[in-house]
Design a protein around this ligand. Structure first.
Ligand code: PLP
Length: 374
């Protein structure tokens, strides 16, 4: 590390650096949209949907307003609603639970595996009852949940298997891409995601063309096929903007390379982290894309203080498990693995442009922090 690089702050995610090389292409694409004036669901959205479906090894992709809407539209599109229960891990972003509740169903939170912190298929199976309609496998931190075992469980009980792939664009499990395994998958293109838009956006990805048609129409006010004025479904407004479609197409071209940058950074973390800082494990069948660089550490608050003092960005995903959050007291459970992890997890700086020097700097500060905090 050169003296100039020593003690430099390290951002949690450097989005300006990610977007700088694409600036001219973004501006040209925006000018095209301004020129044709089809700002919503325009040709850029159609093109991106086709490209993203192919990327995910799926038949259909439908651009929607955001990832939460994508999951909710999947629930409603599958006819899941009042009286139904949906199994999901307690360790996820709150949006997964919101989608279940806004569809009118009841979330049933289950525990996660201690090594990957992803949904435990046995816990999911143990939670199945006569009201269960679906299991949501959340592919958290860039790693897919164990879809082999989750599919066994959902097939055995005749349940829908839905993927929350908001953090896993390009990840694989047993060679299959996120988005290609379940009955449908919800993706978020929130700007900080592996594939991020320049604002809010999301997609539903599915192999099921009938479900795709229903979701597409529900996201556009339930409009009947080939009709401007007739609505044969109760729908809503959750459509993708054309500028987001254009930006996403441009960024999709570089997604594999961007993911490779994250994998390199993670491998370096695993080699250089001090022993007191334990990286979240990868399942041998998983090809992870490290949306987040998550580790577990004791004395987390102290470690965070030292990181902040050194100008190192950090995050917590997630410090309050969904089943313990104050709006969710009606759905609380005892989930010891989630609860223990919530006190110890820490997300380190991660992104496609993070440098070797930056990862080394983070590890150096973590060494100081952990030796100081014991
Ligand atoms: C696991 C997970 N599910 C769902 C969502 C919801 O996506 P959005 O923020 O685009 O609504 C997110 C994104 O923040 C997420 O990380």
């Amino acid at each position: 590390m050169s003296p100039a690089e020593q003690n430099q702050p390290v951002p949690f995610l450097d989005l300006p650096a990610v977007h700088a090389p694409l600036r001219d292409e973004f501006e040209a694409a925006f000018a095209t949209v301004l020129g044709h004036g089809g700002f919503i669901n325009g040709p850029e959205v159609r093109r991106f949907e086709a490209e993203f479906a192919e990327y995910c090894q799926a038949r259909e992709a439908i651009g929607v307003g955001n990832g939460t809407d994508a999951l909710e539209l999947i629930m409603s599109g599958l006819g899941i609603g009042p009286g139904d229960e949906v199994i999901l891990p307690g360790n996820t972003f709150i949006a997964t639970a919101e989608a279940v509740l806004f569809a009118g169903a009841r979330p049933r939170f289950v525990d996660v595996l201690p090594d990957t912190l992803l949904i435990d298929p046995e816990a999911a199976e143990a939670a199945v009852n006569e009201n269960t309609a679906a299991v949501i496998g959340v592919h958290l931190f860039g790693q897919m949940a164990d879809t082999d075992r989750l599919l066994e469980v959902t097939r055995r009980h005749g349940l829908a298997f839905v993927e929350d792939a908001a953090q896993a664009h390009g990840a694989r499990f047993s060679g299959q891409r996120a988005g290609s395994v379940g009955v449908a998958a919800g993706f978020s293109f929130y700007p900080g995601k592996n594939l991020g838009a320049l604002g809010d956006a999301g997609a539903v990805v599915t192999q099921d063309t009938a479900l795709a048609d229903k979701v597409r129409r529900m996201a556009d006010h339930g409009r009947a096929a080939n009709s401007r004025f007739h609505h044969d479904l109760v729908g809503r407004n959750s459509r993708m903007d054309s500028v987001q479609g254009a930006a996403l197409s441009l960024k999709l071209r570089g997604l594999d390379q961007a993911n490779a940058g994250r994998v390199r950074a993670w491998e370096q973390y695993v080699n250089e982290l001090p022993a007191q800082v334990q990286p979240v494990a990868r399942h041998p069948k998983a090809e992870a894309v490290y949306h987040l660089g998550v580790v577990q550490v004791d004395n987390r608050d102290k470690v965070c203080e030292v990181l902040s003092a050194a100008g190192i960005g950090w995050g917590l995903h997630y410090p309050t498990p969904c089943h313990l959050d104050s709006a969710y007291t009606a759905y609380t459970e005892s989930l010891p693995v989630v609860e223990r992890a919530a006190e110890r997890i820490l997300s380190l700086p991660m992104g496609p442009t993070i440098t070797q020097q930056q990862v080394s700097r983070v590890c150096e500060v973590l060494r100081e922090a952990t030796s100081a905090t014991g």
